[in-house]
Design a protein around this ligand. Structure first.
Ligand SMILES: NC(=O)C1=CN([C@@H]2O[C@H](COP(=O)(O)OP(=O)(O)OC[C@H]3O[C@@H](n4cnc5c(N)ncnc54)[C@H](OP(=O)(O)O)[C@@H]3O)[C@@H](O)[C@H]2O)C=CC1
Ligand SMILES: CC(=O)N[C@@H](CCC(=O)OP(=O)(O)O)C(=O)O
Length: 326
């Protein structure tokens, strides 16, 4: 039995992670935590999320004493916290010998020079960063098994990379264009004006400047144009990607490329049929649909995930299971 501590458990991804770990027979929740000064400390999780009334967990403040207890009792820590919070906590628990599964972006770039521009901080934890691997579960299982420092990918990068990586060998100099729409839970639980009910209306944001553009480009090995949109629904991401392939690429080449997912139970690929967000909401799955025009060599791929599941918590759980060989 592996003991998992979940930090940031009152937030959307942390609460989802708690529910997922609770259902696993070989995993146990060591404890669930928020910041020391949190308004939610000492509350039962079910007080925040009545849907989790069957879960017995009480939220604890992450005091010095709680950290010592985690180090003594837990095998792994899930960080469902803001990037700047994860930056410090990941290094702290990793250096104390625990496996760390960080849902934030604090360890997703190997190059520390990327962080000031995209995350607004200097990466001060270079020893831990050097050992970090990117937890794209279907692609990096060997690395995830071998390292105790796993940077779980972002939600948009997960949807985009699962769709694009199989066809990477056929890309040309023309940049793939990714248009993606996310549900509002993607922005987290804390109140913000732009995610309040009366303000949300389908719109692009972060145009030519979102931090997931370099994350996708880095882990694809090819520059991309990425435009995220906020949609007026709670959960889910739909990314539609248009890409020009080399002139000798055939439909059969693409069929073969996506066949790499034939043994991946969580990725479903269809030719000439496209997914809907509702097909994947509340599931750990990624659904991909594609169509190719052999005359102009343009491929359109659509990828759908639940941002809190395959885009965060359930991919984190996949990484935990790969890492501990469960
Ligand atoms: N939402 C999504 O779809 C996705 C989110 N992510 C990433 O996952 C992380 C969590 O996101 P999300 O769940 O949406 O965020 P939320 O804002 O919903 O939750 C953040 C959690 O962190 C806690 N927290 C804040 N400061 C500290 C601290 N110093 N110590 C311990 N706990 C702290 C908060 O509680 P309190 O403030 O009360 O202490 C809360 O429980 C972020 O890095 C995000 O970028 C990644 C993929 C998808
Ligand atoms: C709708 C919305 O606001 N989405 C978030 C992405 C959430 C996510 O994936 O966070 P990471 O940065 O940890 O990957 C955003 O665009 O910032």
């Amino acid at each position: 039995m592996k003991q998992i501590a979940i930090i940031g458990a009152s937030g959307y991804t942390g609460a989802q992670m708690t529910q997922l770990v609770d259902t696993e027979s070989q995993l146990s929740v060591q404890g669930i935590y928020v910041s020391e000064g949190s308004a939610d400390k000492h509350k039962p999780l079910s007080a925040l999320y009545p849907a989790y009334s069957h879960l017995p967990y009480q939220i604890s403040p992450l005091t010095e004493q709680a950290k010592q207890l985690i180090i003594a009792d837990a095998d792994a820590v899930v960080l469902a916290t803001d990037h700047a919070v994860s930056l410090e906590l990941a290094a702290y628990f990793y250096q104390h010998g625990l496996a760390v599964f960080d849902l934030s972006g604090a360890y997703r770039f190997a190059d520390k020079n990327q962080y000031p521009k995209w995350y607004g901080f200097e990466h001060t934890q270079t020893d831990t960063l050097n050992d970090a691997v990117y937890g794209l579960a279907e692609w990096n299982a060997t690395e995830i098994a071998q390292s105790k420092m796993i940077a779980v990918p972002g939600c948009y990068p997960t949807a985009s990379l699962l769709a694009l990586k199989p066809v990477a060998p056929f890309l040309t100099g023309t940049l793939p264009v990714i248009n993606a729409v996310s549900g509002v839970t993607g922005a987290g639980r804390k109140a913000q004006l732009h995610t309040s009910f009366c303000e949300v209306s389908l719109t692009p944001y972060g145009v030519l400047g979102h931090r997931h553009q370099p994350e996708i480009a880095t882990h694809l090995g090819h520059e991309v144009i990425f435009t995220p949109h906020l949609g007026n629904f709670k959960r889910g991401i739909l990314a539609t990607i248009t890409v020009q392939l080399t002139p000798d690429t055939t439909t059969q080449d693409i069929v073969k490329a996506f066949a790499m997912y034939d043994n991946s139970p969580l990725v479903h690929v269809k030719h000439n049929a496209f997914p809907k967000v509702d097909d994947v909401v509340m599931t750990p799955q990624c659904h991909i649909g594609w169509k190719y025009d052999e005359n102009n060599h343009y491929l359109v791929i659509t990828s759908a995930i639940d941002n809190l599941m395959k885009g965060a918590a359930s991919q984190g759980l996949q990484c935990i299971k790969i890492h501990f060989d469960l």
